[in-house]
Design a protein around this ligand. Structure first.
Ligand SMILES: Cc1cc2nc3c(=O)[nH]c(=O)nc-3n(C[C@H](O)[C@H](O)[C@H](O)COP(=O)(O)O)c2cc1C
Length: 346
């Protein structure tokens, strides 16, 4: 059975890789991922705010010594709250590269094109095989139109492609009016991979203290569905490799990601919950399922449930929407089966 895949130009033995997470803070944990058979690892991010604070003593053009910005800047973590300083991050990349044979993908996380992007070169020189740039941003300025945000993303990727030789993957949030068009523009700007999607981390309100409190809960399978939809829409219609991140909790989820069109499936919550042993489980689940369906090559699976060959994808999505609403009556008469294929066959 052939479950090899290719991501950002790297040939990988299977599609399951580790997404950016605290798992990569320590070399021994990355080695454990490799030992478990993980096909590649994305390191945790170095943040724009960290880089500009250390190299230019400012965060988003705000000077920490300027009292006018004191309240805004107090919301950011202090330099010592990050696991590694920018220089230590580059050293970490170097050490990881020396220690493992799987592809090591560095991660930058920020929003504005600017001099901080020079750090991408340092990560490349430290030995990273590729760079993932996470463009997590919530636009709160009511004067900023969506087109301006998209152009900024495209510009940032074009800037990175000018200074780097290694492949660049772009990790994005889903909330764009016409995500497909943004994907196409990032493709034209030279993006080598698209990583779909960031989770939208929404802080909660603490009713006792009346404070806004950040809270991170690990993902579950229902988060997968939005990712499947967009992968299915993009598969075969853009050049960059496609990675899915978000909501991959079981081997079934991994299979669905590939059916939608993922070249690789990034996992974080699953790894944090179960440890690296989830990787061989994902591989085994995929292989068993392929065997059951008498499929021999991953190429026969990838994108099989995408809209690539659909004559009218928008009409399909609209029809699907209407049918979903109508399914309520049927569902209440006969509850939908939530059978988990690979578990059911254990
Ligand atoms: C504790 C934690 C730390 C994370 N750190 C980063 C990070 O440094 N950079 C990044 O791009 N994503 C980061 N993520 C997001 C993950 O890479 C991933 O996109 C997200 O958790 C969805 O995948 P999952 O459903 O498999 O958890 C982090 C996630 C968690 C849970």
């Amino acid at each position: 059975m052939q479950i090899e895949t290719s991501y950002l130009g790297f040939r990988l033995p299977h599609p399951f890789i580790a997404g950016a997470s605290p798992f990569s803070h320590h070399l021994d944990k990355i080695k454990r991922l490799e030992d478990a058979g993980c096909a590649a690892v994305v390191l945790h991010s170095l943040f724009e705010e960290q880089v500009t604070a250390s190299t230019e003593s400012r965060i988003h053009q705000m000077d920490p010594l300027d009292r006018a910005f004191a309240t805004s800047l107090a919301d950011f973590p202090s330099a010592t709250d990050y696991p590694l300083t920018p220089d230590a991050y580059a050293e970490h990349v170097h050490r990881v590269k020396q220690a493992v044979r799987i592809p090591v993908i560095g991660s930058l996380n920020g929003t504005t094109p600017g001099s901080w992007l020079k750090f991408a070169r340092i990560i490349e020189q430290a030995g990273a095989d590729a760079l993932e740039v996470n463009l997590y941003e919530v636009i709160t300025d009511l004067a900023v139109p969506g087109t301006a945000v998209e152009s900024q993303h495209v510009q940032l990727v074009a800037d990175l492609k000018r200074i780097l030789r290694i492949p660049v993957a772009v990790k994005l949030s889903p909330f764009f009016t016409a995500f497909g068009n943004l994907a196409r523009r990032l493709d034209a700007a030279g993006a080598d991979g698209l990583v779909l999607f960031n989770r939208f981390y929404q802080p909660d309100f603490d009713l006792k203290t009346m404070q806004v409190t950040p809270r991170l809960e690990l993902s579950t399978s229902p988060e997968l569905l939005m990712r499947l939809r967009w992968l299915a829409i993009l598969f075969g219609r853009v050049r960059p490799s496609l990675a899915l991140t978000g909501g991959v909790a079981t081997p079934d989820d991994g299979i669905k990601a590939v059916l939608a069109g993922a070249d690789v499936v990034q996992m974080v919550s699953g790894l944090l919950r179960h440890g690296p042993s989830i990787v061989p489980q994902m591989i085994r689940g995929l292989e068993r399922w392929m065997e059951w369906h008498k499929l021999e090559r991953l190429d026969e699976v990838r994108g099989r449930l995408s809209l690539e060959r659909h004559a009218a994808p928008s009409a399909f999505e609209r029809a699907n929407y209407i049918r979903t609403l109508q399914s309520w009556g049927a569902a209440s008469r006969q509850p939908a089966s939530r059978e988990n294929f690979t578990h059911a066959r254990e």
